[in-house]
Design a protein. Structure first.
Length: 243
């Protein structure tokens, strides 16, 4: 790794390279699982209004700084490991992300990235509670193994890859009161995906994994009845970016 100043300079240079697509910064580093950043990047680049994914993190040419965020439309935090250690590795980003999202930026959190949108610990971007789905009353899954979870996405039944994903709640389940939208719910009616405002910006979070491709379905019994589709992830992106 180079010095912090050199990293920041590289970050600005990388983002300012000519390209018609808006930039999506995608965290890749010790707080993300192997392959998770790449799957999120592919989702962003395959969206109906595609973005250019630029990997960022402590071991990348681009780190998360006010300068690099200023050149981005989206910051995406992929899935990863345990929340506590991940927070220790990313907590220095919190003030930069809060300031940037408040000024109009867009945060996307997938699984661990959804947990990190919370405030204890986390970036403090989500206006409610974030907890494990498996710990909620009536959860249909009770362990942290890779599996498939049923959801209702915009009130239509779907299935998604799941590995100890988050559940999201706001007081009284009144999403309109916080200016938000509950996109998906688990079978016990707790929210699996949502978009909420933060200042002038937006925060899109999801507990299951809408970015998964065929490489994620190699374990025994891991078959998605709906097939491998990316429309739910694209809906999350589009709803987060809508103004």
């Amino acid at each position: 790794m180079g010095a912090a100043g050199a990293t920041a300079a590289l970050g600005v240079s990388r983002i300012e390279q000519p390209d018609e697509r808006p930039v999506a910064l995608v965290y890749r580093g010790p707080a993300a699982c192997s392959g998770c950043a790449e799957s999120v990047a592919n989702l962003l680049e395959s969206a109906p209004n595609p973005m250019r994914a630029v990997y960022c993190g402590p071991n990348e040419d681009v780190d998360v700084t006010p300068d690099t965020l200023a050149g981005a439309l989206v910051y995406a935090q992929p899935g990863g490991g345990v929340v506590g250690p991940a927070w220790q590795r990313t907590r220095s980003y919190a003030p930069h992300l809060r300031e940037w999202v408040s000024a109009g930026g867009n945060y996307l959190g997938f699984c661990l990235g959804g947990y990190l949108a919370a405030n204890d610990p986390g970036y403090d971007l989500f206006p409610g509670r974030v907890r494990q789905y498996i710990a909620t009353d009536g959860a249909t899954i009770d362990d942290t193994a890779d599996t498939i979870v049923a959801v209702r996405w915009r009130d239509r039944p779907r299935h998604m890859f799941f590995q100890d994903g988050a559940a999201f709640s706001v007081p009284g389940d009144d999403w309109a009161a916080v200016g938000g939208t509950a996109l998906a719910r688990y079978p016990n009616d707790v929210v699996a995906a949502a978009v909420t405002p933060y200042g002038s910006g937006r925060v899109g979070v999801v507990g299951p994994h809408p970015e998964t491709d065929e490489t994620w379905y190699r374990g025994p019994g891991l078959t998605n009845p709906d097939g491998i589709r990316f429309d739910l992830g694209h809906d999350l992106i589009a709803t987060t970016l809508a103004r």
